[in-house]
Design a protein around this ligand. Structure first.
Ligand SMILES: [Zn+2]
Length: 223
């Protein structure tokens, strides 16, 4: 499968490890994990990515790959990416879904990110600076009620909205011991997250009924 590789934090060019450096490096962000985006999406590509995520040792935790499931009417899976290489293992994943936005009558996109702290993929999609969503979580630290309760792998999971870029709505929470980001374009499509969202981990099961669409412009933004 064709793969584009870029910086998870800025989408810019990354340099591979060489004799002098053991890390992948971005000119802006320094050492980073390489972020790979599959250039197309279909069931075989998704299976290949899920195979990368399955733990190599029995009992070890897999990095989840969250998907909108069941897919609402008209929604499709439109991209997949992951951060990490053979040495680090996969430390973050992203899946893009696209569908109709009833409010604006145009297309809506939803990007779901699972990441270990510090990767910086989720904050880029959310449009907030730095690799850590903590400072942007409105109210989560002082015990305010969650802005959204989604079902994640069957469990009610609180999400909090973060002050994102104006063109999108971004929510952050925690699932399976990792940050979970749900970022929707346009901003009005955030109702999807706030109202009734159900996610499944494709590592646990890959529904054969998934529908695939044209690559998401939000995911395929490697410079
Ligand atoms: Zn960068």
């Amino acid at each position: 499968m064709g793969i584009a590789v870029c910086c998870p934090r800025c989408g810019g060019r990354v340099r591979a490890p060489d004799l002098m450096n053991s890390d992948w490096r971005c000119d802006v962000d320094g050492p980073v994990l390489p972020f790979s985006v599959a250039e197309h999406i279909n069931a075989e590509i998704l299976e290949a990515v899920v195979a990368k995520l399955r733990p190599r040792r029995p009992g070890a935790d897999a990095t989840p790959l969250w998907a909108l499931w069941p897919l609402p009417p008209g929604w499709m899976v439109t991209g997949v990416g992951w951060a990490g290489d053979g040495r680090s293992g996969v430390r973050a994943t992203v899946l893009a879904c696209s569908g109709p936005a009833p409010i604006d009558r145009g297309p809506a996109d939803l990007v779901l990110v699972a990441e270990e702290p510090g990767v910086g993929l989720g904050t880029r999609f959310a449009g907030i600076p730095g690799p850590d969503p903590g400072p942007f979580l409105e109210g989560a630290q002082d015990g305010a009620p969650a802005h959204a309760k989604v079902r994640v792998a069957g469990w009610p999971t609180p999400l909090w909205s973060v002050k994102s870029a104006d063109d999108r709505s971004a929510y952050v929470g925690e699932a399976k011991g990792m940050w979970l980001y749900a970022v929707a374009w346009p901003a009005s499509a955030g109702y999807l997250v706030a109202e009734d969202l159900s996610l499944c981990d494709l590592v646990d099961s890959l529904p054969s009924e998934l529908v695939f669409g044209a690559p998401s412009p939000h995911l395929h933004s490697c410079a």
